[in-house]
Design a binder for this molecule. Structure first.
Ligand SMILES: [Zn+2]
Length: 255
């Protein structure tokens, strides 16, 4: 009996160890899954160089997707460290991170930050690898990023990093480029796709205007406002956002 007990105890301990390691493995899988969206929920990822780029360029589109039940992830390459005159990088990053988080809350999007520095963003093998990890982990169904012909280095870098990750992960999802301040920053942008944002434009503006440090509200009538209306004219609706689809990705019609 003693031996049996001991054998049973040994078996039990062996079983327990195996069961425990199985449980731990499934628990860690659950943790990973818990940090991501539910398997059935589709997801968009919008990458931008600075807080305010995703909002001003495709905030109306983000809201259209969120309204349709999609999860929206907004990836900021930097925290806008160099974007407030007379303020330290650290303080500007604090202010602009808070603004980005507020904007994302209004859009019901999840903000993530890639950890680069505004005005000093890098395109290096390590940064390529970082972006690949982000894109692979998030595994969105649709990706949006800057059109790469742009006067701002951070915008170009963001586009290049996302494009490289997208290439290396097998061009799995449709990739769309967006315009920021066309004519001022975005260059030679010829849209292939439009999203009617008439129904979401007011909420988009609310999300844009929380970027108080960037005076978006004060300047909206000179850049993004006319863009929305002009793209609306082209798309024959009230207001629109425009995109260029990368032809090497899967075909897609935007919402
Ligand atoms: Zn920017």
């Amino acid at each position: 009996m003693k031996g049996t007990k001991s054998g049973a105890a040994s078996l039990s301990r062996g079983f327990t160890r195996r069961a425990l390691s199985g449980l731990l493995a499934s628990a860690s899988a659950s943790i990973v899954l818990a940090g991501q969206s539910a398997p059935h929920q589709r997801k968009i990822l919008v990458a931008g160089g600075h807080p305010d780029d995703p909002e001003t360029s495709c905030g109306g589109t983000i809201l259209r997707y969120v309204d349709a039940g999609y999860e929206a992830v907004v990836l900021y390459l930097t925290r806008g460290e160099a974007g407030i005159e007379g303020v330290s990088h650290q303080e500007a990053a604090r202010i602009r991170t808070a603004e980005a988080e507020k904007a994302c809350k209004l859009m019901k999007a999840r903000p993530i930050f890639a950890g680069q520095i505004d005005g000093s963003s890098e395109v290096t093998p390590a940064r390529y690898a970082e972006m690949r990890v982000i894109l692979e982990k998030e595994a969105p169904d649709l990706v949006f990023t800057h059109w790469p012909l742009d006067t701002h280095r951070d915008h170009r870098h963001c586009a290049n990093l996302v494009l490289d990750a997208w290439f290396n992960l097998g061009r799995r999802q449709p990739l769309f480029y967006y315009e920021v301040a066309t004519g001022n920053q975005t260059q030679v942008f010829r849209p292939t796709d439009y999203v009617d944002i008439t129904a979401t434009v007011e909420r988009k503006h609310e999300a844009c205007f929380v970027h108080v440090s960037q005076k978006i509200r004060e300047n909206y009538g000179r850049n993004h406002g006319p863009m929305e209306r002009f793209r609306g004219l082209e798309a024959r609706c009230g207001s629109a956002e425009a995109f260029i689809r990368h032809v090497q990705g899967p075909g897609a019609v935007l919402i």
